[in-house]
Write a protein that binds this ligand. Structure first.
Ligand code: UDP
Ligand code: MG
Length: 138
């Protein structure tokens, strides 16, 4: 899976009608869409997806935010996908994100920060498997 990463366009992206603009940036940056769905995570699903953060002070707010509305989940393919996608989205805090990155352009705060991107090949595989079955990947 070293050429694969996983993303979610988070609920603020859908609410603010930035879905199309962000997908366009992703595609124009050379990522191929291998799978995609418009869905909404339950509290249980979001708690499992973000279980690595369960001891963090922001965990409850994160789960409430990520279940506050629909998301777009997608599997993306490109050489060096994980690192290149993290570069395209920018730092977690949009105030620290580089000019031209998705979070710099579209995120409102460190919590409501527009997009998710996997942080390693290992987590990309776990996250792709969490959201998609084999029949949904092309
Ligand atoms: N988050 C937050 N406050 C923080 C750090 C993170 O609300 O101080 C949220 C934010 O939505 C972030 C998510 O928790 O995207 C996961 O945090 P992580 O450190 O993994 O950041 P990411 O990998 O998304 O850049
Ligand atoms: Mg992370």
């Amino acid at each position: 899976m070293s050429n694969t990463t996983f993303t979610m366009l988070k609920p603020d992206t859908i609410r603010n009608q930035n879905t199309g603009a962000i997908l366009d940036m992703i595609i124009k940056s050379g990522f191929k869409i291998k799978a995609m769905k418009f869905t909404k995570m339950s509290i249980d699903q979001a708690s499992i997806f973000y279980s690595i953060h369960k001891e963090r002070p922001f965990f409850n707010d994160l789960i409430n935010y990520m279940t506050s509305g629909p998301i777009v989940a997608a599997i993306l393919e490109k050489d060096n996908a994980v690192d290149d996608f993290r570069k395209l989205i920018g730092s977690t805090n949009p105030e620290e994100a580089a000019e031209g990155t998705i979070r710099r352009l579209f995120a409102k705060s460190i919590s409501e920060n527009a997009v998710h991107g996997s942080d390693s090949d290992e987590n990309a595989k776990i996250e792709c498997d969490f959201h998609f079955s084999d029949q949904e990947i092309f």
